[in-house]
Write a protein that binds this ligand. Structure first.
Ligand code: ADP
Ligand code: MG
Length: 706
C-alpha cells in the first residue's frame, strides 16, 4: 500500500533525511545552533561538534533501520560511488557496540585507484579521501528487503589534494559567484550577506518493458539501440506530448514520487514527453549542490522503481534514432539571502539596477565562455541528440525575448523606458478567466533561454550530472561579476549608479551578438552565427579541446575552482570516456550482428532455398517470389558481412593509434561512420525478415509496450 493512501505528503516528506527538523530533535540546543552556523555561514566544524552530530545521526539512522553508513561521492565517471561500513565496532573490553564518530563523519579514506583520475596520480598512489559536504543533508536509503544505509554526501580528493570528483569544483564555483556577486551588490548599495545559485533540473527519460530491455544487448551495454527500423507510427501526430498517462506508467510515477518525497526531494511536475514511451519529471528548484545531488538520486530512483515495476528506465540522450531524444534542462538563477531573485526584472526593470547588471553579466559570460558552455553539455550520447529538430544545435546563443530586447535597445540608446504594464490574454470566451501574459513567449529551439526570472540551459544531456554545466556557468558569471565589481569599486560611491548603467550599455553592446531570438533549428542560423563570429563546435572532440585554452584555464585558476592539472585530467577523462563508449558500442554491434542477426538471415536464406528447391520440383516458375526474396536477401547478407568486417577493422585501426586525439577522430569518423552504415543495412533486413526469425524486439515492440 502506498503511504499516500493514508498520509498527506507533508506528513512523511523528508522522513528519510537528516534535515533541519531532525537535527533540531536529535541535537542539543547549542549543538544545533552551532551546526546551523556551520551550514549557513561556513563556520568551522570543531571535533566536539562533529562527534555530537555523528552520534545523533547514528541514533536517528539506527532507529530508522540503518545498519551501515556510506560516504557518498561523485567521481569523474559522472555517476555516484559508495562503500558501506556497518556501525559495528569492538570496544576496549571486547564487546560489540555501535559506533560512528565525528571523524568517521567528516573524513573517509578510499582506495581510489580504480576511479578515473586522468593521469593525476599513478595507481600505486591510491589514497583518496572523502570529506563531508555538510550543506547537503545526509539521508537513508532502504533496499526492497528493508536493509538501510545512512548516506553522507561528500567531496572526493586525492592524497595530493587534487579534486577527483564533480562536487569539489561545484562548491568552489558557488563560493566564487557568492564572493563576486556580493561585491557587486555592495557597490550597488543592495544589502545581502549571501548569494546562492538556484537550480531546477528537468529530467527526461524513456520507460520500456524490462523484458524487451533484457533482450536488447545494445540497450544493456550501451544504453541506446544501435539499430531498429521505425514503426509505422512514431511521434508525427504529436499525440504523446502531455497525453493522459497510462495506468502502468502512472503507478510507476506514483511510487517514484513517494520515494523522492521521503528523500526530501520536491518532485513536482510529471508528464508524457514528445516521443512514444518518453516522460519527464521536474522537482522544485533549490540550491545548486543540493539540486545536483538530488538529480543523481532522481536518476537512481527512476531506475530502481522501474525495475520493481517490471520496467526499465532509459536515461540515454538518444535511445532510439528517428524520434526525440532526452535532455536535462538546467534552470539557473541567483538569489540573495534576503529572498531577492537577481534575475527577476520586476515591473520597472529599467530602474532595477541589480537586475540589469546581473542579466548583462550572464549574457557577457555566455558570450565569452560559449566554448566551455558548449563543452559542458557534450558527450557521445548527446552528440546524437544535439542539432536534430528536437534539441538545440551545437551553437551557443541566448534567447532573451522581445520585451528584454526592447528594454536593452532603449537603454542602449538612452531612450526612457516606461514601466512594464501587466498584459492580459483575452480568449474571447466570457466563461474563461482573464490570464496574465508572461514577459516572454517560449522559444523551444534556443539552447539558452531567459524564461522570465531564470535562464534555462537546454543542451544538457539526460544522463549527465548537473554539476559540469553549473561549475562552468557559475565560474564564468563570477568572472564577469568580478570585473564589474572592479569597475564599480573604482568610482566614488555616489557615482556607482551611473557607472553601472554605463557598464550595462557597454556590456550589452559588446556581447549582444550572442542574443538570438529566432529559430535555432533553421539552416540560416548556422550561416548567421558564423557571420557574427560565434564559434560552431559541432563535435565533442573539438569541444573538449577548448577546455585547456589559455583563457579558460586562467578563468578557473583566477577563481580557484580548478587548477591546470585538474583541468587537463578532466579533459583526458572526457576524451577517454568518449573513445571507450564508442568502443563498447562497436563491440556490441559486432556481437549482435555476427552472433544473432547474420545467423537469422542465413536461416531465412536456407528456408527460402529449400522452398525454391521444393517448388521447382513441382513446376516451373512456381518459386519466382521466393527467388526474388532470396536474391534481395543474399545481397543484403553479403553487405552485412562486409560491413561487419569493416567495422572490426575500423575499431582495430583506431585502437592502434597512439595519439589520443587522433584516436578520438578515428573513432568518430571511421568507427561511428561504419556503425551508421551497418545500421542502414540491418534496418533494411529487419523489414524483409519474417517477424518470428528476427532475433530482437523491434522499435514497434519496445515503444508501444502494454
Ligand atoms: P518547462 O517544462 O516549462 O521548462 P517546468 O515547470 O517543467 O518548466 O520546469 C521548470 C524548472 O525550473 C522547475 O524545476 C522549476 O522549479 C525551476 N525553476 C523555477 N524558477 C526557478 C528559478 N528562479 N531558478 C531556478 N530554477 C527555477
Ligand atoms: Mg524546460
Amino acid at each position: 500500500m502506498r503511504i499516500t493512501e493514508s498520509k498527506k505528503i507533508t506528513d512523511f516528506f523528508g522522513c528519510n533525511v537528516f534535515n533541519d527538523a531532525t537535527m533540531k530533535k536529535y541535537l542539543s540546543e547549542s549543538a544545533y545552533r552551532q551546526m546551523r552556523q556551520v551550514i549557513d555561514c561556513g563556520a568551522p566544524l570543531g571535533k566536539e561538534l562533529a562527534n555530537e552530530v555523528a552520534a545523533a545521526m547514528m541514533e536517528w539512522a539506527s532507529q530508522n533501520g540503518a545498519t551501515h553508513y556510506s560516504h557518498w561521492f561523485q567521481p569523474l565517471t559522472g555517476t555516484t560511488a559508495e562503500k558501506h561500513d556497518s556501525f559495528i565496532s569492538i570496544d576496549k573490553r571486547g564487546e560489540t557496540v555501535l559506533e560512528f564518530t565525528g571523524s568517521n563523519l567528516r573524513k573517509g579514506e578510499a582506495d581510489a585507484s580504480s576511479f578515473p583520475t586522468g593521469g593525476i596520480r599513478a595507481t600505486f598512489e591510491a589514497r583518496g579521501y572523502t570529506a563531508w559536504d555538510c550543506s547537503s543533508p545526509a539521508f537513508i536509503k532502504r533496499s526492497k528487503d528493508g536493509a538501510g544505509v545512512l548516506y553522507i554526501p561528500t567531496a572526493f580528493c586525492s592524497y595530493t589534494g587534487d579534486a577527483l570528483d564533480k562536487k569539489t569544483p561545484l562548491l568552489k564555483s558557488m563560493d566564487a559567484i557568492d564572493r563576486q556577486a556580493l561585491r557587486v551588490l555592495k557597490a550597488l548599495g543592495v544589502s545581502a550577506s549571501r548569494v546562492s545559485v538556484n537550480v531546477g533540473g528537468e529530467q527526461e527519460y524513456f520507460l520500456i518493458d524490462k523484458q524487451d530491455y533484457l533482450r536488447r544487448d545494445d540497450l544493456k551495454f550501451t544504453g541506446r539501440t544501435l539499430f531498429g527500423s521505425l514503426p509505422p507510427k512514431g511521434q508525427e501526430k504529436n499525440d504523446q506530448y502531455y497525453a493522459s498517462i497510462r495506468e502502468r506508467v502512472g503507478a510507476f510515477m506514483a511510487d517514484v514520487n513517494e520515494e523522492l518525497w521521503k528523500l526530501g526531494i520536491t518532485a513536482k511536475t510529471q508528464h508524457n514527453e514528445a516521443a512514444p514511451a518518453q516522460h519527464e519529471l521536474a522537482p522544485i528548484f533549490c540550491v545548486c549542490n543540493i539540486a545536483t545531488d538530488q538529480n543523481q538520486l532522481i536518476m537512481e530512483t527512476l531506475k530502481k522503481v522501474a525495475d520493481n515495476h517490471g520496467l526499465a528506465c532509459l536515461l540515454h540522450e538518444k535511445p532510439f534514432a528517428g524520434i526525440n531524444g532526452s535532455g536535462k534542462h538546467c534552470n539557473w538563477s541567483l538569489s540573495t539571502d534576503q529572498g531577492v531573485n537577481l534575475l527577476k526584472p520586476g515591473n520597472d526593470p529599467s530602474h532595477n539596477l541589480s537586475f540589469l547588471t546581473f542579466f548583462t553579466a550572464v549574457l557577457a559570460a555566455v558570450d565569452e565562455y560559449a566554448d566551455l558552455i558548449r563543452m559542458s553539455a557534450t558527450s557521445l550520447g548527446n552528440e546524437f541528440r544535439l542539432g536534430g529538430n528536437e534539441a538545440p544545435p551545437a551553437i551557443i546563443s541566448v534567447y532573451i525575448g522581445e520585451d528584454m530586447e526592447n528594454l536593452f535597445d532603449k537603454i542602449s540608446h538612452g531612450v526612457p523606458v516606461e514601466q512594464l504594464e501587466k498584459q492580459y490574454i483575452t480568449s474571447g470566451v466570457n466563461a474563461i478567466a482573464r490570464l496574465s501574459k508572461d514577459s516572454s513567449d517560449r522559444n523551444r529551439t534556443s539552447p539558452f533561454a531567459f524564461t522570465g526570472n531564470k535562464f534555462e540551459f537546454r543542451m544538457v544531456g539526460s544522463s549527465a550530472t548537473l554539476s559540469t554545466p553549473c561549475v562552468i556557468l557559475n565560474t564564468a558569471v563570477a568572472d564577469v561579476l568580478s570585473k564589474i565589481a572592479d569597475t564599480l569599486e573604482a568610482v566614488e560611491p555616489d557615482q556607482r549608479g551611473r557607472e553601472a548603467i554605463e557598464l550595462v550599455k557597454r556590456l550589452y553592446a559588446q556581447h549582444n551578438r550572442i542574443v538570438f531570438n529566432g529559430n535555432n533549428y533553421s539552416k540560416d542560423w548556422v550561416k548567421e552565427a558564423k557571420r557574427r563570429g560565434l564559434e560552431v563546435l559541432d563535435n565533442s572532440i573539438s569541444a573538449y579541446e577548448t577546455f585547456t585554452r589559455d583563457k579558460n584555464v586562467e578563468l578557473f585558476e583566477r577563481h580557484a575552482v580548478l587548477t591546470r592539472r585538474e583541468i587537463e585530467s578532466r579533459q583526458a577523462i572526457y576524451l577517454d570516456n568518449y573513445i571507450k563508449s564508442a568502443g563498447i558500442e562497436a563491440q556490441t554491434l559486432l556481437m549482435m550482428g555476427r552472433r544473432e542477426i547474420l545467423p537469422a538471415v542465413l536461416t531465412w536464406q536456407g528456408r527460402l532455398a529449400q522452398q525454391i528447391g521444393a517448388l521447382g520440383a513441382v513446376g516451373k516458375n512456381y518459386a519466382t517470389v521466393q527467388e526474388k526474396m532470396l536474391g534481395n536477401l543474399c545481397e543484403l547478407a553479403s553487405k552485412l558481412d562486409a560491413q561487419l568486417d569493416k567495422l572490426r577493422f575500423a575499431k582495430a585501426t583506431a585502437q592502434q593509434s597512439k595519439d589520443v586525439n587522433k584516436q578520438a577522430f578515428l573513432v568518430r569518423d571511421q568507427v561511428l561512420g561504419s556503425m551508421a552504415a551497418l545500421r542502414e543495412t540491418i534496418d533494411k533486413l529487419e523489414t524483409v525478415m519474417p517477424r518470428e526469425l528476427w532475433p530482437y524486439p523491434t522499435y514497434a515492440d519496445i515503444l508501444f509496450y502494454q
